[in-house]
Structure formats: C-alpha cells, structure tokens
Design a protein around this ligand. Sequence first.
Ligand code: ATP
Ligand code: MG
Length: 480
Amino acid sequence: MRKLTKEDLVRLLDHRIFHQISRLADAMGIECYVIGGYVRDLFLGRPSKDIDIVVVGSGIRLAQALAGMLGRGAHLSVFSNFGTAQVKYHGLEVEFVGARKESYSHDSRKPVVEDGTLEDDQNRRDFTINALAVCLNQPRFGELVDPFDGLLDMEDRLIRTPLDPDVTFSDDPLRMMRCVRFATQLNFFIDEETFEALARNKERIRIISKERVADELNKIMMTPTPSKGFVELERCGLLPLIFPELAALQGVEKVNGRAHKDNFYHTLEVLDNVCAQSDNLWLRWAALLHDIGKPRTKRFDPSLGWTFHNHNFIGAKMVPDIFRKMKLPMNEKMKYVQKLVGLHMRPIAIADDEVTDSAVRRLLFEAGDDIEDLMTLCEADITSRNAQRKRKFLDNFKLVRKKLVDLEERDRIRNFQPPVSGEEIMAVFGLSPCREVGTLKSAIKDAILDGVVPNEHDAAYAFMLERAAGMGLRPVEGKG
Ligand code: ATP
Ligand code: MG
C-alpha cells in the first residue's frame, strides 16, 4: 500500500473532472466526496476508470450540472428511481449518488432508502477499505475521511466489514461473494470475525440471483490465482450452496489402505497452472470443470485401485446443466468448455504411450482449432509429485506438439472435411441416404486419419470404390 498525504491525494486527483466537480459543488453549496473503490485503488496503486461520487444532497443535480459544463463529449444518464446519475466522458465513468441511509428487510437485498449524511453512507458500504472518502470541496480538497480505519486494514491486508459483519452480510448477502472476491483479487486476508460471519450467514446467499453470483465467480476466475477464492468459499461453507458439483470433488477416501488424491485441490492446482499460461476465461472454466465427472464415476477395484472411468465423458455431459443452473452463457463458450472437458484425457493417453502419427491425427481432427488450448489444459493437468513421471509426460507432450505441427503441415487435418462427401457417395452408387453411405464415409475418414490413404480426393475415391466392392456395391452406369 502507498502512504499518501493530503498533498499526494491532491496531486493524484489531478484529472480536470475532479476540479470541475469541485467548483460546481462549491457553487451549488453542497458537500461532495469521491468514495469507494476509486479511493481504495489510489492507495493500492491500481488503475481504475470508475469514479463514484457521493453528494450530501442530490447526486442527480450535480451530475446534470457537470454534464452541462462538459458539453459535447459528455453523456449523461439519469436513473431517477435509484436517485443516481452517470456521466461518461472520454473513457471515464462517473457515478453520482446522494448520501443515503439504508434499512433492509429479511427477504430481499433491496433496502428501504432515505437521505442521509456522509457517515450514514459510509456505514452502508461493504468493507472498510471500500468506505474511504476524499472530500472534493475546495478548502478540504484531498482530505481523507476514514471512520473505520480502512487505511490500517489496507496496511494489514485485511477485508473487514465496517459494522457488525452479521448485519452487513445478512442485509445484502451478495457482500459475502464480494468479500471472497476482493480477498482473491487483492490477495488480502479475511478478518477472523468477518470470516466467521460468512460461515454463519452462508444460507442467506440463496436470495441472491444466480447471475450476480456468476459475475463474482468470473471475477475470481480472472485473478492470477483463483484457487485462493475457491479455498475460502470451501472453508466458509458457501461452496456447496453455490457450486455443489465442485464441492463434491473435495475429500479423500481410503479402502484397504489405498487413498485417491483430493480432486478438489488437484483441480485448483490445474486451474492456477492454466491461469499462469492464459487469460482466456473459458479455458479457465474448462480447467475448473475438467474432473467434474469424477465423483460420479469413482469406483474401487481391488486389483486396479481407485478408478474414474469415463469421467471425461460424464463431465462433458454435466457441463450444459452446470452452465444453465449457474446462468453462465449457453452458447459457443459452453460448447468449447464441454469439448475441452470431454477431450482432456486424450493427449495424456497419447503421451503415456508411444506417440503415433495416427493418434495425433485423430486428436487434431477432434480438437480442431482448440488444439492449442487443449494442450495447455493437459500440460497444466500434470500435477504429479513424482519428478521423473512429470518429466516423462512433459517430454512426451513436446513430442505430441512437434508432431501436431508436422502433421498439420503435411495432412491439413485441422477442420478436416473428408475429400469424398456423402452426396458424392450417394451419386456414385445411386443410393439414397442409408447406413451404407455412413459406413463408407467413416471408413474413408478413418483411413485418412490412420495414414493409410492420403488426404486427397482421387486417392480417397479409389479407396471408396474398393471398399464398396467388398460390400457388394457397384457404381451406377458412367460412374467409377
Ligand atoms: P470493482 O469496481 O473493482 O469491482 P469496487 O469496490 O469499485 O470494485 P463497485 O461494485 O464498483 O466495486 O462498487 C463501488 C463501491 O460501492 C464499493 O467500493 C463499495 O463502497 C460500494 N458497494 C458496491 N456494492 C456494494 C454492496 N453490495 N454493499 C455495500 N457496498 C457496496
Ligand atoms: Mg468500481
């Protein structure tokens, strides 16, 4: 954290817009402050574009005055039922709100709102580090108002609620997700009392919409080490409520002295490994879900030990249900995650054995353009503590990657379409759609993927005639 004096804050609030707001507020005779995340991030040296302004009086009137003063280039939106307004200006988003006092009823996170003082407004904030305010009026410009020792918490790297955490969390249970999210994003600790209140109030999360929970989860997913957030969610008991399939991965079972690994912690390790390689949110989701089918496929076999046969297949089948339930997008992102979960064992199976051209061609055929991401996921999945075994896999992966490049150049398998189409097969043999057409088509595909026939029309056509003859099919007059 940076130690900032009033002079530093004056210097940091150098954007013209702060001085324009200041002059207008003085002229209108109203108190106003920049508050919340923007102030926190000044101290943390994090860049931010969203500015929140709290006004003791009407936020809307000040926003209107500012938009009028800025003229062209400023865009004003007024939300009169919320008593807020927003001014967008050259990439900045400035939110104006009147200082307010909130009171909550048990069954909703929508409070009853009345006008209040700056202190009332700071009381309704979620965490001490999010309650810092800096005055913008002229004589006090740059003066920090920090009633809950947010600065000290920032120094100690603590997430703590300004009021009794049971009240803060019960009033608006979304704050529980925000608590874990901020701890993960900022790499802060959750204060002990605050943490205990998370555990006590976890059931309240049920009144929060799935979309809001998913937004917070995605923010956790986009941090450099999301494992931290999931460990906290598990520790406080929120995880089974918001994501039971992931919570089910947790735990170790032992039979005849043989234990399997804890798939929850393994998954988190894979997730962090992927995050070190890629910012792609959906590749990160694929990492989080890659073993999601394990609990349903777990068996103990006296000779083999613990097995999870087909967990990739069962996992892929679970993906659409999970996305639907969690209100994640049901579009090509979901399909991509599903595909990677389904294929995540393939490169490992290849690398565990001899790396043949045929196996690599098939892999390339099925993964298509997602092959790079699949390889990233699979390399991240090697969390073995046995250095020799890990080395062997990683070396074999290098070989797989090299072959992928060689074969791609030679055979153009990615996005491969068999060179003889179903229509052509039907025309040659005078068939209407039937099983024989499908059999011939997949025989051609397999022959090409196995390297028996080159990926070219004439060679594939000759192969088809030969195979068809074996099935008793003859070309119609003038074909073949
Ligand atoms: P970021 O924008 O990086 O997510 P932020 O702290 O700016 O972080 P916002 O959601 O933009 O978060 O909210 C701005 C401020 O509004 C917060 O700093 C906090 O003071 C307050 N706030 C937002 N949501 C809540 C909430 N659910 N309960 C209490 N205060 C909140
Ligand atoms: Mg913000």
